[in-house]
Design a protein around this ligand. Structure first.
Ligand code: PA5
Length: 449
């Protein structure tokens, strides 16, 4: 089980103070359970792990098997909650050099698109796919997201041209709403295999639906274990505050926030966790950043970023706290090499595990940051495997749900995301946006004068 260490949030927040939140946490938990919290249409994630059946997992794995057999590359088209969970898990579980190693398990290369509007990115992707046996997983709950729709238009056409309509029908899978949106209409019309994103699960809470599970299974990873980990954490995270690490993390964040710690930096000491932090940033950022409230979620990869952001963290404005994800046991063993000349003076480390050096860097950094006035939360997982990632995913989801109740915001909407879309469509002259187009053009002309 995940181990949470809150001893280093003191003296900013003392352990005794944390206990004072027990009643508020119980109320927050209750409001999630009985659906009386704001955004209660989107609580499908709460008992999602325990509601996943072996039959459903078998269906996901069967579709994954087809894609694995038929494709050397699979492009996952999606943005935000429709890609970050899959990307996080796949990257965390993959060989760091997956692009270069000879993959004995014959996994298809998993590529991501539809998460940007970069002309070069899309051109280079379609060029790479030329002549390749590729498939597409098109993920969009609304089915109207521009970034994803653009990528899917390009990929569908290319796949049909390269592989023929009939094969394309086998290797294009849609994951979308049961009834609404262009992705649903297209899937039904073309006869694609499709999965439904439940109405009551929002994008950033959807990694344990086919949104995350299918790409992860196609990549060759164990979705049974992922779900098992989440299920175990679902039980633990339902307990009262004193036995519930997710609630304790939520309380520590909230107590720090009320004391002026407005930025949380999620730090990891394993490069493979980079996208777990990206997923986490979306989960917390989009859930709590509203009504002019919310902790700003930032992240660093350590020790890499100690050589870039380390100065700021150690000595910049004291509005931050740090949360470290630490992996107890690495998958491989590598010893620090000895060197006859010892020019770098590091022979004292010869024969010791590289991970020991990493762990001492972690501990040394934690102590230095605490001394520098940065409260520190430590989350430890035993291994970086599917089971522990499943735990971590649900741990953060539950903590986010509880924290948003403490903060008093609706965790499950994202009204702010619409502002850029409205301006973009107005600028591009989308039909139906005539008034907005006129207004924004006038505004821009006025700013130039
Ligand atoms: O968490 C969310 O709701 C968002 O990040 C969405 O997942 C993202 O905007 C993509 O939306 P859609 O799946 O409708 O294309």
């Amino acid at each position: 089980m995940i181990k949470l260490d809150l001893t280093k949030v003191a003296p900013v927040v003392e352990a005794t103070e944390m206990k004072d939140y027990a009643a508020r946490v119980a109320a927050a938990q209750q409001s999630l359970e009985d659906g009386t919290c704001p955004g209660n249409d989107f609580l499908g994630w709460l008992h999602l792990p325990s509601s996943i059946t072996p039959e459903f997992l078998a269906e996901v794995k069967a579709v994954a098997k087809t894609l694995r057999e038929e494709c050397e590359a699979v492009v996952v088209a999606g943005i935000g909650g429709s890609y970050l969970g899959a990307k996080a898990v796949i990257e965390a579980l993959s060989n760091s050099f997956q692009w270069l190693v000879n993959d004995e398990r014959q996994n298809p290369t998993i590529l991501f698109a539809g998460n940007n509007i970069g002309e070069d990115y899309l051109s280079e992707l379609t060029t790479y796919l030329r002549g390749k046996r590729f498939g597409v997983i098109n993920i969009s709950k609304s089915g109207t997201t521009t970034e994803t729709a653009l990528a899917f238009r390009l990929l569908k056409k290319q796949c049909e041209e390269q592989r023929g309509k009939e094969t394309a029908r086998k290797v294009i899978v849609a994951i979308t709403d049961a009834r609404r949106g262009a992705a649903r209409t297209c899937a039904d019309k073309e006869g694609y295999k499709s999965f439904v994103i439940p109405d009551n699960v929002g994008g950033r809470f959807s990694v344990l639906t086919p949104v995350g599970l299918l790409p992860i299974a196609v990549a060759g990873f164990d979705i049974d274990e992922l779900v098992r980990g989440a299920k175990d954490m679902e039980q633990t995270a339902a307990l009262p505050l004193e036995e519930n690490p997710a609630a304790q993390y939520a309380v520590a964040r909230y107590a720090l926030y009320t004391k002026g710690k407005k930025i949380e930096i999620l730090a990891n000491y394993q490069p493979k966790l980079h996208f777990v932090a990206e997923w986490w940033k979306q989960l917390f950022g989009e859930s709590e950043g509203k009504d002019k409230k919310g902790i700003y979620p930032a992240s660093v990869d350590l020790t890499t970023d100690l050589h870039s952001m380390g100065q700021w963290i150690q000595d910049g404005e004291r509005t931050i706290f740090e949360t470290v994800i630490s992996v107890e046991t690495p998958e491989h063993t590598l010893l620090f090499p000895s060197d006859d000349e010892n020019l770098d003076g590091l022979n004292f480390l010869a024969g010791r595990r590289v991970d020991e050096v990493n762990k001492m860097a972690e501990l040394g950094t934690q102590l230095a940051h605490v001394d520098g006035g940065v409260p520190n939360i430590r989350i430890a997982i035993d291994r970086l495997d599917a089971y522990h990632l499943g735990q971590l995913i649900y741990f953060f989801e539950k903590a986010c749900g509880i924290h948003c109740q403490l903060l008093g915001v609706n965790a499950f909407n994202q009204p702010g995301v619409e502002a850029y879309k409205k301006n973009m469509f107005a600028l591009l002259g989308k039909p139906g946006y005539e008034k907005e187009t006129e207004a924004i053009r006038e505004r821009i002309a006025g700013e130039k004068r």
